[in-house]
Design a protein around this ligand. Structure first.
Ligand code: NIG
Ligand code: FE
Length: 391
């Protein structure tokens, strides 16, 4: 029998679950609650007054408890930084996909140990801010060897590893983009597929067009990789159509959507993952979350942590922006950052707290989830528990 841990005196327990313990499609919470963990799993949730005995008791003192954040979109394997590019943008310059190549040069020149040190730093940083599950993409190697090593390194810190050889066409293929797509769909995929669960493509003007994206996702699928797509970040385009056709788990960014895009998402199993850090960091308009929610689209929020467009690893920061500037309610934003992220990764064990769920949770130094947006920029993570253990 594994040891049991009771957390009681919870002011607000965000469960994202129905009364029968099934993960729900919307925010749900209990007041004056308690939760029992056995081993790596949640064993019980309910009113504190009815909590069963356990081997160990933690008194939450009226604090809020949330499912750990699920950050379903991050680019963490890279070297170098681009603060000068950010500063220039804040002084009025635009953002273009081409900046990715600066990071590619630095990443190729870095040793495995340098890349590993960066990954470990970001993994720690995320955990300290309440993120207990995160995805990590390649995409700054763009040679067979560099993409494969970036993915192997990413798999040291997370199981949610994404092959993004199709991030941008590297400089050496500038005159032969078709040749680069062949590489991405052929030898590069062969070397990368064993290290990855997902395949992603940046479907955007300046990166890959709709037909190229379709070919890349189909090649990935033939090796067992499930699809996700960077779509409509910088302007309208075919990315959403491509994502829905491929039954992608998620279409990410969704900043410039047509009515057809919104309708296609609403009638699909594809989550719209909004990345407000990218609009913050590129001074673009935020995606229209209300339009998506009104149409019945499942919405997730993630950081897009990367050195170019969005150098934040903070889910609380993204929740605060989603509430203040994208007009999501505090409940919608917290659901999107937990259960929404889980759906964007097709995970049924995280993003909610009910018997059977993985015991991934955050105790906030605050009485309710709303404080994430109410006190923006203030560290409010009191304790993080991952797979039943204090992290
Ligand atoms: O999601 N859109 C493509 N990839 C990143 C940007 C990466 C970069 O600028 O280095 C993004 O915003
Ligand atoms: Fe991205």
């Amino acid at each position: 029998m594994s040891r049991s841990m009771l957390i009681t005196g919870i002011g607000e327990l965000v469960t994202n679950a129905e009364a029968d313990g099934v993960a729900s499609g919307q925010f749900a919470a209990l007041g004056e609650a308690a939760l029992v963990i056995e081993g790596e799993r949640v064993a019980w949730t309910g009113p504190a007054s009815r909590a069963p005995a356990a081997d160990e008791v933690i008194e939450a003192g009226g604090r809020a408890v949330l499912p750990g954040f699920v950050d379903s979109h991050a680019h963490l394997v890279f070297a170098g930084e681009r603060s000068a590019e950010f500063a220039a943008r804040m002084a009025g310059q635009g953002y273009a996909a081409g900046g990715i190549r600066t990071t590619v040069a630095a990443t190729r020149a870095a040793s495995d140990d340098e890349l590993r040190a960066g990954l470990q730093r970001f993994a720690r940083e995320m955990l300290g801010q309440g993120t207990t599950t995160f995805e990590c993409k390649s995409g700054y190697g763009l040679t067979v060897g560099d993409e494969a090593r970036c993915l192997a390194l990413a798999s040291e810190v997370t199981p949610e590893v994404t092959y993004l050889g199709a991030h941008v066409v590297p400089a050496e293929y500038a005159d032969d983009p078709a040749g680069y797509v062949d590489l991405v769909c052929g030898p590069m995929l062969d070397a990368c597929a064993p290290h990855a669960r997902w395949v992603d493509v940046f479907c955007e003007r300046g990166a890959f067009d709709g037909d190229q994206a379709r070919a890349i996702l189909a090649a990935g699928a033939s090796k067992g990789l499930m699809a996700r797509v960077h779509a409509s970040q910088l302007g309208p385009g075919p990315g959403i159509t491509v994502a829905v056709e491929a039954d992608a788990a998620s279409a990410d960014h969704c900043t410039f959507l047509t009515d057809e895009d919104v309708a296609a998402l609403a009638s699909s199993g594809t989550v719209a993952t909004l990345l407000p850090g990218a609009e913050f960091g590129t001074r673009q308009p935020y995606p229209d979350a209300r339009r998506l929610l009104a149409a019945g689209v499942t919405v997730a929020i993630a950081t897009d942590c990367n050195p170019g467009s969005s150098f934040t690893s903070s889910m609380p920061f993204c929740v605060a922006i989603a509430v203040r500037d994208m007009h999501m309610t505090t409940a919608e934003a917290v659901w999107a950052a937990t259960a929404g992220g889980a759906r964007a990764l097709r995970r049924d064990d995280v993003g909610y707290l009910a018997p059977g769920a993985r015991a991934d949770l955050v105790i906030l130094d605050a009485p309710s989830h709303a404080y994430l947006a109410y006190r923006p920029g203030v560290p409010q993570v009191h304790t993080v528990i991952r797979a039943g253990r204090p992290a």
